[in-house]
Ligand binder design. Sequence first.
Ligand SMILES: C[S@@+](CC[C@H](N)C(=O)[O-])C[C@H]1O[C@@H](n2cnc3c(N)ncnc32)[C@H](O)[C@@H]1O
Length: 266
Amino acid sequence: MDRGRGDEINRIKVERVTTAEDFDRWYADRVESPVADELVQRVLALPADLQSTSLLTGQGLDEVVAILGPRPGQVLLDLACGRGGYGLEIVRRTGCRLVGVDFSAVAIEQATRRAAELAIPADFQVGQLTDTGLEDACADAVLIVDAFQFADPKLDALRECLRVLHPGGRLVITTWEPVDPADERLPLRMRQVDLANQLPEAGFADVEVTSKPEWREIEQRFWQESLTVDAGDDLAMQSMQDEARRVLKGFDLRRRVLASATAPPR
Ligand SMILES: C[S@@+](CC[C@H](N)C(=O)[O-])C[C@H]1O[C@@H](n2cnc3c(N)ncnc32)[C@H](O)[C@@H]1O
């Protein structure tokens, strides 16, 4: 491989945030950044007090809720929940019960505080995508927003979702897939996402994986707009702008997807 091409690959591939400690720092910085939160909320058109740390739009959330369809009293697991924003909004809309799991203890603290501020009952706890620490068949629905690409190995995370779901329960995942899984300009963890094959292999039924070009357009606008902000010494904005440069460089290498599946009868 010539040097120019190697440099190009590294510029797109380097992703700093991957461990729980990395995410702890990332969430701690984010508390100090109302600018980042305002940008996310405005460009993604999210409800006013939904604290997102992802790229799922307000309209995307409507679609997700329609597919998951949690009923009052049913248990929704928001897996890799971050600050819990999407799960808490779904409770508000549907009256379901919320369990949120994330491997960042700082995110879990922030989610717990947020639920108390909004007076929405919820249980947040530290756990892994591949090992939630929850009981078998404890959830009626599982949601993973923009975090499945971090799961390692992917199949273990999907089997964990199946284990915690009641038979008949629904799983919804929003994430990105590679246009070409052999394209080394993308990080390996992104190249390994292949939900149309992985969901059935893990044991799920009724698998649907849909490309979402309209979500992608808003995502692109979001990253572009983030680069117009004066980040100053705002660490969360600086980190967002680093990510924006990387993502925009490789933007056409990945596609945005919405996946859904059902846990079959046991
Ligand atoms: C882009 S954020 C999305 C957070 C939240 N779902 C949202 O949409 O606001 C990705 C989340 O995945 C979590 N995460 C990454 N790897 C994880 C793992 N192996 N187990 C559990 N959580 C993980 C991070 O801590 C982070 O909160």
